[in-house]
Design a protein around this ligand. Structure first.
Ligand SMILES: *Cc1c(COP(=O)(O)O)cnc(C)c1O
Length: 356
């Protein structure tokens, strides 16, 4: 593996003083990781350099055809003062799944994890200290070929940037309101729904905008063919507890396989819950709600970890779930997942990777 060259900044930025005002994705650290791909040469020149703008030709293919993939992960300051990553190998494996679908050359997953570790180590003073905060890490790859013909790129750039982010729930777990999207679809089987690529988000903006105007946090997507089966929520996978069964839609090509989803399933199974990955229609959820058998619902994702759903609107029907309060399973999952990430709960499943 090639050595990662490091060029440190001569003008370090002031670190944010008030960690309660960090928000999400607005402040970036002093450095970034870069690595180029050129046909014939493969991936080369891994380096950490001062954070700053990237110059691209206006004809760079990514601007026109969106050949781009990304990941989202976090580094956490643990209770002993060290810094942890959470299952970073899973992020890099998923990046390669996205790469494959978008005709982007495979990366060396182990090397990419090492690159993240190196960058986080360089930026260790940027990992915030307050309860609930973390350093968000955004690896991404895009095509840079300066030409307008449509074909897979021969030149690409792999970049990793980091930003300190605030506590997602400064006032404790807060149930969100979601509505079932009936007009737009996010992805269909055969498309790119199972990948993390900008195009999926471009397709979702309109629905998200309309949801926000109606004071809903995000939309729940249904399958694009029958408009019947539940897929996922905006930036999260989704779970429903009906009777004593915890159900999440099976990954069948149009849904993103979340690492929080995977970890949630593994934890619930280790605790003896009945977990099903299967097709779940919105009608089944409505019927369960009518009969008082819908106990809980929650979203899972790196940003929020667990996001309880307190209200679900489908057409004219409004379902209040668990009186709009946090359910027992949601709370237990949140406490354990964040506990493992922050080093407060024993990491029995070996998910935590120390950086320093
Ligand atoms: C990233 C993402 C998720 C959540 O995945 P995690 O690995 O748990 O963060 C869910 N859905 C979509 C569409 C996503 O982009």
């Amino acid at each position: 593996m090639e050595e990662i060259k490091i060029e440190l900044t001569k003008n370090p930025k002031e670190k944010p003083q008030d960690e309660s005002k960090l928000g999400f994705g607005r402040i970036f650290t002093d450095h970034m990781f870069l690595m180029n791909y050129d046909e014939g040469q493969g991936w080369h020149d891994p380096r950490i350099v001062p954070y700053g703008p990237i110059a691209l030709d206006p004809s760079a293919m990514v601007f026109h055809y969106g050949q781009e993939v990304f990941e989202g992960m976090k580094a956490y300051r643990n209770v002993n003062g060290g810094i942890n990553l959470f299952r970073p190998d899973k992020n890099m494996a998923r990046l390669n799944v996205s790469n494959e679908r978008l005709c982007i050359p495979q990366i060396d997953e182990k090397f990419a994890v090492e690159a993240v570790k190196k960058l986080v180590e360089v930026e260790k003073d940027w990992v915030p200290h307050s309860e609930g905060t973390s350093l968000y890490i955004r690896p991404f790859i895009f095509s840079t070929d300066a030409q307008l013909g449509v074909h897979p790129a021969k030149h690409l750039l792999f970049v990793i940037i980091c930003c300190p982010v605030g506590a997602y729930y400064p006032e404790g777990l807060n149930p969100v309101k979601i509505y079932v999207e009936e007009n737009y679809v996010r992805a269909v089987k055969g498309g790119m729904g199972f990948t993390k690529t900008g195009g999926n988000y471009a397709a979702s903006l309109k629905a998200q905008d309309e949801a926000e105007k109606q004071k809903y946090t995000q939309v729940l997507w249904l399958d694009g063919v029958e408009r019947k089966y539940i897929e996922e929520v905006g930036t999260m996978n989704v779970f429903f507890v009906i009777d004593d069964e915890v159900i999440t839609p099976a990954l069948q090509g149009s849904i993103l396989g979340g690492i929080t989803r995977m970890s949630t399933i593994e934890l619930l199974k280790s605790w003896g819950y009945k977990v099903s990955e299967r097709r779940l229609s919105i009608q089944e959820v409505e019927k369960a709600a009518d009969e008082g058998r819908l106990k809980e619902s929650f979203g899972t994702g790196t940003a929020a970890v667990i996001s309880p759903i307190g209200e679900l609107k489908c057409g004219d029907k409004v379902m209040t779930i668990n009186n709009g309060e946090i359910g027992e399973i949601s709370q237990k999952l949140y406490d354990n997942l964040t506990g493992i990430q922050w080093g407060k709960v024993e990491d029995k499943l070996g998910w935590v990777v120390p950086v320093c």
